[in-house]
Write a protein of this length. Structure first.
Length: 229
């Protein structure tokens, strides 16, 4: 009766759609139960990580779920927040602090849970590192064997206070901004002092000639070679 009333193509589509509709109705009957179960297990897990002694925030603490190997990292102020389940074991790890853990209880009635996690400082002891300014240890031994030890403190102090050495250092020392300023002020003051009159020349100054002759007799104008050993 149906074959004679409906076309053949329409009848084929109805045979395919009827079982598919029953399948959708069957699956939709279990969907609310499954969704309700997921909503009851999920919760928003938030909190801060602080030091146990001074309650200062522990920044950038690694926080993850042990069984699922996923999680997050606390921010600069130690705050964190992510989605977790009941009975999840949360691990906390930060550099310089002992690892900590926390198990989310199943007695939580709300979908949110906050935690203040205390982190205990851990002292790290590193092995000694030896650094040599030579490529190999053999080069270090050769350099150490040929090392010339300096003189005693008295001899070093005598060399450092040598007048010739001090004079050479003063001659090679560049003028600072303060020295340039003082020289400029002295020149300006001298010009103002002798303003309107002839400035004296040291070439006619007998005291200057006396100092020159004395220095020449003492040999101060001779070039000396300083042996730095």
């Amino acid at each position: 009766m149906i074959d004679s009333y409906l076309p053949e193509k329409l009848y084929g589509r109805m045979k395919f759609c009827i079982p598919f509709a029953f399948l959708l109705i069957f699956l939709s009957s279990f969907a609310p139960v499954h969704a309700q179960e997921i909503d009851n297990n999920l919760l928003q897990f938030s909190g801060i990580t602080v030091t146990a002694d001074s309650l200062n925030p522990v920044s950038y603490t690694k926080i993850w779920i042990k069984s699922k190997n996923k999680g997050t990292t606390s921010d600069l102020y130690g705050y964190f927040s992510f989605v977790a389940h009941h009975h999840d074991t949360i691990l906390f790890n930060a550099l310089g602090y002992k690892p900590a853990s926390f198990v989310i209880p199943d007695s939580i009635t709300k979908n949110r849970y906050s935690l203040i996690q205390l982190m205990t400082a851990d002292t790290l002891t590193l092995s000694a590192a030896y650094i040599f300014p030579w490529p190999t240890y053999e080069d270090f031994k050769i350099a150490f064997a040929n090392l010339k030890l300096p003189e005693d403190d008295l001899e070093r102090a005598r060399k450092n206070l040598d007048p010739e050495k001090i004079r050479m250092q003063v001659d090679n020392y560049p003028m600072t901004a303060q020295m340039n300023y003082n020289n400029y002020i002295e020149n300006q003051t001298s010009k103002l002092y002798y303003f309107g009159q002839q400035q004296p020349f040291n070439i006619f100054n007998p005291f200057a000639w006396a100092q020159f002759i004395k220095a020449w007799q003492e040999g101060k104008f001779k070039r000396k070679k300083y042996d730095e050993k």
